[in-house]
Design a protein around this ligand. Structure first.
Ligand SMILES: Cc1cc2nc3c(=O)[nH]c(=O)nc-3n(C[C@H](O)[C@H](O)[C@H](O)COP(=O)(O)OP(=O)(O)OC[C@H]3O[C@@H](n4cnc5c(N)ncnc54)[C@H](O)[C@@H]3O)c2cc1C
Length: 461
């Protein structure tokens, strides 16, 4: 492997995207500096513990869909710390008629589920006969789902799923970007249902037998951040201010920055910007770069609050025998959903207790996300009472508010991504990384960051 002796890289933003890119750049031999505005790394990932309860400020787990991610966890020395979700967490609930209903896992459970109406089930069976979308069109997730799967399945399955992934509005999310696997199956096979069956068979025949797994780490998601940040040593600068970023005539970067105890201005061979899209506009970037990145400010972000609560197990009527329950917009609840945290991973609550993390806001109810804790508490407890039969008061609680929680891959998103590609082409030692590009899940963020770091290294060879 070629090493980047005497090459310097700078990464702005120490969320999981920036930290993963920094790790890979360091592995390739760069001397790496990471600037983080806050006093701690991790972005929206933070694990907190109290009295035997453990919960996450935002990100609960990682869906691993390729071996690359597990290899990365091994490579950074966390192989033994990876914790797979409990088998029971495979079961998921969507809400209908005020009650959590198990999501059907096969044709038999689909026949008997109370999640969909009889008409809804019959309409779903018509999906293979619905014509393909015009490849040049860009339907919203809702338009696409209603046309292919019918309104009932769109309302009670796709709508809550989009709330769970994006906190998003399916009327505005683009099927091409927010739910690409569905779009691709339709375009390739003419049907999502038949396409899913055929592509599974094709994968098996080609020897691709990787089964996605849901993981966290012993000690929670914070373990990943601690490890990546720890390996940077004093290359990680927290409470950092970026003072100026200018491209030089020889294709490098002159970056001036400061912390409470240190001021620096240096030349760097590679620059990775790993801050949420709305924060790019407030970075002091040189004229040409600032103009090239201006379209990214059009990306909207959903605000989300998370409210974790620990209860005596006896104070919750529901069996909590699954991952959690997501709420469709049509149902009369304020929360977007509730995760049964202590049913997913070990060690999230003391014996005889349970931890729930509840999500509020999103594009569905953005006005609720910034509410003060006492008002939020009332809303969440009221919903949990009706949804899960919670009767007691929480014995543990912690709330977080994320103003720029999740980027929305809305209609028109493709044009914004073209601008990001064009900026990277114009400034060859630049990488733009983060959840607004290539997937919002932690798995996508890490894999995209590693790819971007490899590309920067290749350009510096
Ligand atoms: C509530 C919530 C729940 C989620 N749940 C899951 C889940 O269960 N599973 C999953 O896979 N994904 C989940 N996600 C999504 C996933 O966690 C995020 O997409 C991912 O962590 C984003 O990482 P990032 O590094 O791209 O951005 P961020 O985490 O936002 O990090 C960006 C960093 O840049 C810093 N920054 C900003 N401006 C500046 C500046 N001017 N100078 C220096 N630093 C700056 C910020 O302080 C921050 O630390 C969730 C997200 C949220 C909000």
């Amino acid at each position: 492997m070629a090493r980047m002796e005497n090459k310097k890289a700078i990464v702005i933003g120490a969320g999981v995207s920036g930290l993963s890119a920094a790790w890979e750049l360091k592995k390739k031999g760069f001397e790496v500096t990471v600037l983080e505005r806050r006093d701690a790394p991790g972005g929206v990932i933070r694990t907190f513990e109290s009295g035997g309860f453990r919960a996450e400020s935002g990100t609960n787990s990682v869906m691993v869909t390729s071996p690359r991610l597990l290899e990365f966890f091994e490579e950074i020395g966390l192989g033994a710390e990876v914790e797979r979700s409990k088998p029971a967490a495979k079961k998921r609930f969507f809400v209908r008629g005020g009650k959590p209903r198990p999501v059907p896992s096969g044709p038999f459970s689909l026949l008997f589920t109370r999640l969909f109406s009889l008409f809804g089930k019959l309409r779903l069976l018509m999906e293979p006969f619905v014509g393909r979308s015009d490849p040049e069109s860009e339907p919203s997730v809702e338009e696409f789902a209603e046309r292919r799967l019918g309104k009932d399945v769109s309302d009670y399955a796709i709508n809550p799923f989009m709330a769970g992934v994006y906190g998003g509005d399916p009327k505005r999310l683009s099927i091409k970007y927010a739910f690409a696997p569905f779009w691709n199956l339709e375009q390739k096979y003419g049907s999502i249902i038949l396409g899913a069956i055929k592509s599974m068979k094709e994968k098996k025949a080609s020897g691709d037998v990787f089964r996605p797994v849901m993981v966290s780490f012993k000690g929670g998601m914070g373990t990943l951040i601690k490890k990546l940040a720890g390996d940077l040593g004093d290359g990680l600068k927290t409470s950092a201010r970026v003072i100026s970023v200018d491209s030089t005539a020889d294709g490098r970067w002159e970056v001036s920055w400061g912390t409470d105890g240190e001021d620096c201005c240096d030349a760097y061979d590679a620059l990775a910007i790993a801050v949420p899209a709305p924060d790019i506009a407030s970075l002091p970037l040189g004229g040409a770069l600032s103009a090239a990145l201006a379209p990214l400010s059009k990306i909207e972000y959903a605000p989300v609050a998370t409210y974790s609560m620990g209860f005596r197990r006896a104070d919750i009527a529901h069996r909590l025998d699954g991952f959690g329950a997501l709420v469709p917009a049509r149902e009369d609840f304020s929360i977007l959903g509730s995760l049964f945290v202590s049913s997913i991973f070990e060690g999230r609550a003391p014996e005889g207790f349970a931890t729930l993390t509840n999500y509020v806001g999103g594009m569905r109810r953005p006005e609720l996300a910034p509410l003060p804790q006492d008002e939020m508490r009332k809303i969440v407890l009221g919903d949990l009472k009706r949804l899960l039969g919670v009767s007691g008061e929480p014995v543990f609680e912690k709330m977080f508010f994320w103003k720029h929680a999740i980027p929305q891959y809305n209609l028109g998103y493709g044009g914004i991504m073209e601008a990001a590609d064009a900026a990277e082409a114009a400034f060859s030692s630049l990488a733009l990384i983060g959840s607004y590009r290539g997937g919002v899940g932690v798995g996508s963020c890490v894999e995209n960051a590693l790819r971007a770091a490899d590309a920067l290294a290749a350009k510096n060879r």
